[in-house]
Design a protein around this ligand. Structure first.
Ligand SMILES: [Zn+2]
Length: 480
């Protein structure tokens, strides 16, 4: 359309109003360009949940967006909200998940064991007193978008109780990629755990190998310039991390351990305060912990951290670590759910019946007409979308029984995996977005959008179109 002078004048008059309407709270009016870390304890006891403030910490840089202060992504089991105390205006919010949120779905929690976890919320540093609120997503609500407030505290940043000392760790901090202002980039900070001083060259090599994997896959490939990557070269006293199921305990700096919640390959650290203190040496939106171990494992919790075992360059298992690295980042960065289901995990009914998961790549199909990725589907693809699930499941069962046998032949395992892959590719709706039953640790009742995806099969396959779009949205949210 050609702009006549009259139209041009109209646009000029309208644009500033629209721009104001789209921006939400103004950063500089409410915040200083640094971070306030709110540390608290999160305790659970048979369906009850308690929060208690621990400490307030000032960190020198605000790495998050200064434009997108209000979270519009609707991801995560919890939501931190910040209100200006005087006006009650919502000036910041961010969705997140926590170790507590996973723990409360375990057998141990259901049996009535009580536990406490240390957590942190990072918010821009407020100029004036605020009301700090944590809200939790309510189960049993369609679309899962209803939250209820579960914790609130009044915080006065000038009350003299904000710790402003800098932690003094002798670790090298490096910016290894990107050159933009942290508030306009996704700042990915990679920490090593279980690397001794002598193993730091290995840490550097591991980081560069994994970054090649991450920026070699869509949508990170196309958005590589939206990222800054930082490392803190954390030195551990001993090489490797804890392996409680094998009776192995090590002096590793960040406390990472296998066998989290009784799942051998699940790696987490419960030493949040140590991790946060060390991480505060660099600006970050996302934390990634590389553990110096040959043993398969990892973990990823939305807006908390990703963890991946480093493997080694020349071992046959190398590519599993390359798969894990990107897969876990899908959880922690994009809030993506696991699309696989034929696997042993310790969660009970992770996706309760009657509640639509908030994860952008899972659905329980309460209302097929409103399927959240409907706009990515071609006409003529039925919902649910048929596939040879029984055949796939019998191959998966065969693979599992073979893998459980001591000394099983890797070639036979590889043959079965190839057959499973081949079966997926032979499906009538291969390559089409649909709603395929079997996802989110549940063989029935939960559906995934694509036959294969980095969140589904243990392979180097791409993210499916639905996951790619979800990840790209998050990248834009940080980079605007
Ligand atoms: Zn996917």
């Amino acid at each position: 359309m050609r702009l006549t002078p009259a139209r041009l004048a109209m646009c000029l008059a309208v644009v500033p109003v629209l721009a104001l309407a789209g921006t939400g709270p103004e950063f500089s009016r409410h915040f200083l360009p640094k971070t306030l870390r709110v540390d608290y304890y999160h305790t659970g006891c048979r369906g009850q949940e308690f929060f208690a403030l621990d400490q307030l910490v000032e960190q020198p840089v605000w790495a998050g967006s200064r434009t997108n202060l209000i979270d519009t992504l609707n991801l995560g089991k919890y939501l931190v909200k910040v209100f200006d105390l005087a006006t009650n205006e919502l000036i910041y919010s961010r969705g997140f998940c926590s170790i507590f949120g996973e723990w409360e779905t375990t057998e141990e929690a259901r049996e009535g064991i009580c536990r406490t976890f240390h957590e942190s919320a990072l918010i821009p540093f407020p100029r004036r007193p605020i009301q700090f609120v944590i809200a939790k997503r309510m189960e049993g609500r369609y679309s899962g978008s209803a939250f209820r407030d579960v914790f609130w505290a009044t915080i006065d940043p000038s009350a003299g109780n904000v710790r402003a000392d800098r932690p003094s760790y002798p670790f090298a901090v490096k910016k290894i990629r990107g050159d933009g202002d942290p508030s306009r980039k996704v700042d990915l900070l990679i920490l090593g755990d279980g690397y001794t001083e002598q193993e730091l060259p290995k840490f550097r090599k591991d980081v560069s190998r994994f970054l090649n994997d991450l920026f070699g896959i869509s949508p990170f490939k196309e958005h590589a310039s939206d990222f800054n990557v930082w490392t803190v070269e954390v030195v551990s006293r001993e090489s490797g991390i804890d392996e409680p199921d094998r009776g192995i305990w090590r002096q590793n700096a960040l406390g990472c351990t296998y066998n989290a919640f009784g799942t051998a390959r699940y790696v987490l650290t419960f030493e949040n305060k140590t991790v946060r203190d060390i991480a505060s040496l660099a600006p970050y939106d996302q934390l990634y912990i590389l553990v110096n171990s040959e043993r398969y494992g990892g973990g990823g919790i939305f807006n908390l951290y990703s963890i991946c075992y480093a493997g080694s360059e020349r071992r046959g298992e190398e590519w599993w670590a390359d798969y894990v690295f990107v897969h876990e980042f899908g959880h922690a960065f994009g809030g993506l759910g696991d699309e696989y289901y034929a696997s042993s995990v310790s969660y009970l009914d992770f996706y309760p019946k009657g509640t639509e998961p908030w994860e952008p790549n899972l659905t329980v199909l309460l209302d097929p007409a409103k399927l959240k990725w409907r706009d990515l589907m071609e006409p003529g693809v039925p919902v649910p979308t048929p596939w040879e699930k029984a055949k796939y499941d019998s191959l998966a069962a065969l693979r599992a029984s073979l893998a459980a046998r001591p000394g099983s032949n890797p070639d036979s395992l590889a043959r079965i995996e190839a057959a499973m892959n081949g079966l997926l590719r032979a499906q009538r709706f291969w390559g089409k977005v649909g709603a395929y039953e079997g996802a989110g640790y549940a063989s029935s009742g939960v559906y995934r959008p694509f036959l294969d995806c980095r969140m589904f099969s243990k392979s180097l396959t791409d993210f499916c179109p639905v996951c790619q779009r979800a990840l790209a949205r998050v990248i834009r949210f940080y980079a605007e």
